[in-house]
Design a protein. Structure first.
Length: 178
């Protein structure tokens, strides 16, 4: 009986020891991305590229723009069919070639506004925005181990952020003299 209790305790402690705290995961992410100060200094982000619809191979261009605190625009064009969504800070909207312009209301509006705010500042303003950040444990994405962090905004929408687990063995520095 003592063996069973000690074995169970050892397994539980080893699992707890292997998981990192949420703050440690986020600090490592900040360090990998430059620093917290560097991330806060980025006020706008623009990404452009091409996308491809897997089902039929049609490709087109993609544009992503975000600006602090909560401006967001995502647009893409697949073989002449345009799809765009955006947030001006107060309301969200979406537009496509078939249905035209639509203003988002209700839950869709709240979720898109939260997405725009998150994309503008990531997790850096979570305390000010009264968001809850909890660990989602470890998972696997594409065969790689990741740490999962769940972020729930004050208005309700939840985001799952994943950060790759990288283990680097200790390598001592060499002196200039060898």
């Amino acid at each position: 009986m003592k063996f069973l209790i000690s074995f169970s305790l050892a397994v539980l402690l080893s699992v707890a020891a292997s998981a990192q705290s949420t703050s440690a995961v986020l600090k490592q992410a900040e360090k990998a991305l430059g620093s917290r100060k560097t991330l806060l200094a980025v006020s706008t982000t623009t990404r452009t590229g091409t996308i491809k619809r897997v089902s039929d191979g049609v490709s087109g261009k993609y544009i992503y723009r975000s600006a602090q605190p909560n401006l967001l625009n995502i647009a893409y064009d697949l073989d002449g069919f345009e799809i765009e969504s955006g947030s001006n800070g107060r309301s969200g909207w979406k537009r496509n070639s078939r249905d035209g312009l639509q203003t988002l209301t209700g839950v869709a509006s709240v979720e898109f506004q939260a997405k725009a705010a998150f994309r503008g500042s990531l997790w850096l303003n979570a305390k000010k925005e009264k968001s809850k950040i909890v660990s989602g444990g470890r998972s696997s994405v594409g065969g790689k181990q990741v740490n999962v962090v769940n972020i729930t905004t004050a208005k309700g929408p939840q985001y799952k952020a994943v950060f790759r687990c990288i283990v680097r063995p200790f390598a001592p520095r060499r002196n200039a003299r060898g």
